[in-house]
Structure formats: structure tokens, C-alpha cells
Design a protein around this ligand. Structure first.
Ligand code: FE2
Length: 414
């Protein structure tokens, strides 16, 4: 199969991408637009061809549960956790699998092929984890799924929390999670980070911690996580999700913190639609945005990407799997609509996210890598955002797994 008339990010001109079986066989510059010859040519129509979109932070086990049994009326994160703990009592194996599969279909329909999902393991029956381990196998032809053992109700402050985390990793979770700001005390928060880093180091797992997901400027577990990563030289395998308290830190503290963060080499995930919705809830005016310092982290040369976090769950009632919607919202919220940011906006849902997931050579439009590719509806990053564009074709290991027909508008008066 060939993709013809393709534009590539960071390059000028048009290209033909030759797919040999499951791999990219060749990338050849074209001197002009060419016509498709035969059914094996896919015409990109002078639009971008990229590696697949990545969803680096979602909770598939909670997706599609908003309003069951009750809606989150205050819109706060803490009421979300309460509502979820009620819904969790009703979770069954099939219920989790069905909702996760539906949600994965939504992600696939929007060009996502790599997903990191947090799965609540503060449940002695591991109902959700067992279901998600099966979903990971059942959906390999559609996505690569990383499962985070996520202690929604704490490691130190939940009964047998440490044992549950250890067991979840033994059962097959890929990533060790945490939630230090939710533990009962500062000391528990710190010891939970040390525990989870020990667990990851011992087992070879990656790390992704819900870290300082609160407007409280005194919530400073990021420094603990970064220092643990720096000392153990694990930074590239470690991710701090949310870190929204950083939006409330004063600049003097943040200046010092950034020095540590850079040396630690850890990755960051921001979920802009979720955070703008959940944070700032206890403020009058002026009201905080409740996001981490996305632009500043990016400008400092550190790795940051965007995620959806929720699709129709107790924490966030909307969502449809479209990560470009999250990107557009994030660029607005984070003051990143300058042209330099717009020109490379897709980094935040492609390359940066792939680095966070530690995908290495399994990702990217390069000869020899897996033929996992998207044909987008626009010729460059800026135009995709401006036009609220889409992935039109998603190719996985050389097979087309999704094709979208663009909406057609007929103007009746000129
Ligand atoms: Fe989350």
C-alpha cells in the first residue's frame, strides 16, 4: 500500500509513504501531485500524515457512568470521588468491559491508537482491573493500552492500600500510580510516593502519579516525586499528571522547583478541560484557572502533553473521544495561541505524549517503524486546529481501521 500526496510535519513538499506489511517501507519525496494508481494507493490530498494521536491520561473504568446513581451537582473533584465510590459498588466485570469498549471505539474514531488508562485498584475484588486486563488483550488490533494501577482512595489511607498496589502490578498493570495529595496527611503523601517509586523500581514498571490535583498552593508532592525520580535516575519513565497546584504556587517557589523538575527529566500530563471544570471551585473572583503551568513547562524544554481524563463520568459530564477538541481548549486556556505554538500544536497530542508513554521506536513516521499512521483533514497543525479538523483515515500495522467522511455543506444562497 502507498499513501500518496502526503505532507509531513517539519518537512516541506509532498511525499509518498510506502507500507510494506506492518511496517513503513519507504518515504519518498514527490516532485508534484500524483494520481492514484489502483486500489492500493491512498490519496492524502496534500494533507498531513502523522503518527496516531495518543491519549496519555484517561479513566476507562469510570467512563460513561455520569449520573449513576447520582450526578455530581457541585462539580468538584471531591464530590466526583464520592459519587464514584457509590458507582464503584455497582461495578461488575461485564459492565466495565462494555463501557471501556464503547469508549475505546470513540477514541479509535478520532485517530487514537495509544492509550494510558488509570484503573482504580482500591477495591479488594479488583473487578475493574480484571476487566481492563481482558480489554487490553481484546483491543490489541485497535490500540496499545497501558494500564495504571491507580489507588483512587489512597495507598496509605486506604485499608491494605500497599498490598492492593503490589497485587495489581503482579496481576499485570504496566504502570504504578498514586494520589499523594488525597492521602490523609503530608507524611502519608510522602511515604506513598516513596512506596510507589520502590514498587516501580523493583518491578520495572513505568510511573504515573495523580500529583497535586488541587488548588491548594501548599500541596507540594511534585517536589517529592521529582526528587525520587532524579535520585533513582528514573525520570524518563515517570509522569506527573495534573500538577494543577503549580498554577497556585508563588513564583519564588516555582523558580526553585523548575530547577529540580528539569534535572529530574520527568514528564507532565495536563488535562485542560477537566481541570478548568474541576478546579477554582472554592474561589470567588478573581478565579483561578486551576491548571499547571503548561506553557512555562514547555518553554523550559520539559515534556508535557494533553489528555482527556474523563468521558462522561462523575468528574466530567462531557467528552466524545476527540483529543483535538482537548488540544484546542488547552491552547486557549494555557495562553498558547501564539503562532509559534500553533505551528507545532500537534506535539501536545502526538510526539510529546508518545515520549510520556515511553513508546520509543514503536512510534513515529520513519522507515522501519510500525505502519501506524493517520491521514488528517488539514495540511498543517495550525489549519487542523483552526478548522476543528479530524483524522480522516487511521492505519494500524498496515490496515485501515477507521475511515471518516468529512461533513459536506451545501450553501443554497451565494
Ligand atoms: Fe485522572
Amino acid at each position: 500500500m502507498n499513501i500518496i500526496n502526503a505532507r509531513l510535519r517539519g518537512k516541506t513538499g509532498l511525499y509518498r509513504i510506502q507500507i510494506d506489511g506492518q511496517r513503513i517501507g519507504a518515504i519518498v519525496a514527490q516532485s508534484a501531485v500524483i494520481q492514484a494508481t489502483g486500489v492500493t494507493d491512498l490519496d492524502a490530498g496534500e494533507n498531513l500524515v502523522t503518527a496516531p494521536f495518543v491519549e496519555p491520561h484517561i479513566h476507562l473504568d469510570a467512563a460513561l457512568t455520569a449520573g449513576e446513581p447520582k450526578w455530581n451537582m457541585s462539580g468538584t473533584l471531591f464530590e466526583g470521588i464520592e459519587r464514584w465510590s457509590e458507582r464503584k459498588a455497582l461495578v461488575t466485570h461485564e459492565d466495565t468491559k462494555t463501557r471501556a469498549r464503547k469508549t475505546i471505539d470513540m477514541l479509535v474514531d478520532h485517530g487514537i491508537q495509544h492509550v494510558r488508562t488509570h484503573v482504580d485498584v482500591t477495591d479488594p475484588s479488583f473487578a475493574a482491573l480484571k476487566a481492563m486486563l481482558e480489554v487490553r488483550e481484546d483491543t490489541r488490533h485497535l490500540i496499545d493500552l497501558q494500564i495504571v494501577a491507580f489507588p483512587q482512595e489512597g495507598i496509605e489511607s486506604f485499608k491494605n492500600g500497599r498490598a492492593l498496589m503490589t497485587e495489581a502490578v503482579a496481576m499485570g498493570a504496566d504502570v504504578v500510580g498514586g494520589i499523594p495529595h488525597f492521602e490523609n496527611t503530608r507524611e502519608q503523601g510522602e511515604s506513598s510516593v516513596k512506596f510507589l517509586m520502590d514498587l516501580a523500581e523493583r518491578t520495572g514498571c513505568l510511573v504515573d502519579v495523580h500529583c497535586d490535583e488541587t488548588d491548594d498552593p501548599q500541596s507540594r508532592f511534585l517536589e517529592v516525586l521529582a526528587e525520587e525520580a532524579r535520585v533513582r535516575e528514573m525520570g524518563e519513565r515517570v509522569t506527573a499528571s495534573h500538577t494543577v497546584a503549580m498554577g497556585s504556587y508563588d513564583n519564588a517557589y516555582c523558580y526553585k522547583l523548575f530547577r529540580l523538575l528539569k534535572r529530574s527529566k520527568i514528564n507532565f500530563v495536563s488535562c485542560p478541560t477537566e481541570s478548568i471544570h474541576l478546579q477554582g471551585r472554592y474561589d470567588g473572583y478573581p478565579k483561578r484557572r486551576g491548571l499547571t503551568r503548561v506553557a512555562e513547562i514547555d518553554r523550559a524544554g520539559m515534556n508535557i502533553c494533553f489528555g482527556q481524563d474523563s468521558i462522561v463520568d462523575p468528574w466530567y459530564p462531557l467528552g466524545n473521544g476527540n483529543i483535538v477538541r482537548i488540544l484546542e481548549a488547552g491552547l486557549h486556556i494555557c495562553h498558547m495561541l501564539g503562532y509559534e505554538d500553533l505551528k507545532r500544536a500537534l506535539d501536545l497530542i502526538t510526539d510529546n505524549s508518545a515520549r510520556t508513554l515511553h513508546l520509543g521506536e514503536r512510534y513515529g513516521v520513519e522507515v522501519g517503524r510500525p505502519a501506524n499512521l493517520l491521514i488528517l483533514s488539514a495540511p498543517d497543525d495550525y489549519e487542523l486546529i483552526r478548522s476543528q479538523g479530524h483524522a480522516l483515515v487511521s492505519i494500524r500495522e498496515g490496515n485501515v481501521i477507521m475511515q471518516r467522511s468529512p461533513a459536506r455543506v451545501e450553501r443554497l444562497l451565494g
